[in-house]
Design a protein around this ligand. Structure first.
Ligand SMILES: CC(C)(COP(=O)(O)OP(=O)(O)OC[C@H]1O[C@@H](n2cnc3c(N)ncnc32)[C@H](O)[C@@H]1OP(=O)(O)O)[C@@H](O)C(=O)NCCC(=O)NCCS
Length: 182
C-alpha cells in the first residue's frame, strides 16, 4: 500500500472493474479522458488482462478514501510511458466518484503518486497531458506542483470542436525544493 492521510493506493483487483466501467461510462467523468466510446465489461476485462501483464512499476493503482474504519474505492491512476534511461514517466488519473470532487482528494492523491515516483521509483521528471477544457484537473495539478510546459494546439476533437492539450511536468529538483508539497 502507498498511504497518505485520507487516501491510499493499492493494486487493482478484478472486482474493481464493475465500478470503473460504471464511472467511465459517466459522460461527466469521461469528458476529459481519452475514453470516447461506451465501455462494456468485456472491454474492462481486456484492459485488466493487459495491465496484469505490465511490469510492476507500470501497473495502475486503485485509489481508496478512508471511510469510517474502512476504505472505499474512488478511482484509479498510474504511470505509463516509463523511460528508464531518461528517468521520466507520464501519469494519468481519474476519480470516478463525483461526490468527492473539489475536496482536495485529487491534489492529495497526485502528491502521493509524486512522492512514490520520486522517492521510490527514483524518477527525474513526471509529466501529464490535460485538456484545456479541464480547469479542475489543471488546478489540482498546479496545487500538487506541476508547471505548464507547453501546449499541443487543437490536439483533441470532442463534441464537434478541437481543444488544446497542455503538457505539465514536475522535476525532481522542484519537488525537493517544496517540502510542504509532499
Ligand atoms: C481531475 C481530478 C483528479 C481532480 O480531483 P479533485 O479531488 O476534484 O481535485 P481537488 O479538489 O484536489 O482540486 C480541484 C480544484 O479545482 C478547482 N475547480 C473546480 N472546478 C473548477 C473550474 N471550473 N475552474 C477552475 N477551478 C476549478 C477546485 O475549486 C479546486 O481548487 P481549490 O482547492 O483551489 O478550490 C478529478 O476531478 C477527476 O478525476 N475528474 C474526472 C477525470 C479527469 O478529469 N481526470 C484528469 C484527466 S487529465
Amino acid at each position: 500500500m502507498i498511504c497518505g492521510n485520507r487516501i491510499r493506493l493499492r493494486g487493482v483487483e478484478r472486482s474493481d472493474l464493475r465500478k470503473f466501467q460504471e464511472w467511465l461510462n459517466d459522460p461527466e467523468v469521461a469528458e476529459n479522458l481519452s475514453v470516447y466510446l461506451p465501455l462494456s465489461m468485456i472491454d474492462e476485462e481486456q484492459w485488466f488482462d493487459g495491465v496484469s501483464r505490465l511490469q510492476a512499476d507500470e501497473k495502475p493503482l486503485a485509489i481508496e478514501v478512508k471511510e469510517g474504519r474502512g476504505w472505499r474505492l474512488i478511482g484509479n491512476l498510474g504511470f505509463f510511458h516509463l523511460e528508464w534511461a531518461n528517468r521520466c514517466a507520464e501519469f494519468g488519473i481519474f476519480i470516478g466518484d463525483k461526490s468527492i470532487w473539489d475536496k482536495g482528494y485529487g491534489t492529495e492523491t497526485v502528491r502521493l503518486l509524486l512522492r512514490h515516483g520520486f522517492e521510490t521509483l527514483n524518477l527525474h521528471r513526471i509529466y501529464l497531458r490535460v485538456y484545456s477544457t479541464n480547469p479542475r484537473a489543471k488546478r489540482a495539478y498546479e496545487k500538487a506542483g506541476f508547471i505548464l510546459e507547453g501546449t499541443m494546439r487543437e490536439a483533441v476533437y470532442r463534441h464537434g470542436r478541437y481543444a488544446d492539450i497542455h503538457i505539465m511536468s514536475v522535476l525532481r529538483s522542484e519537488w525537493n525544493a517544496v517540502p510542504e508539497g509532499k
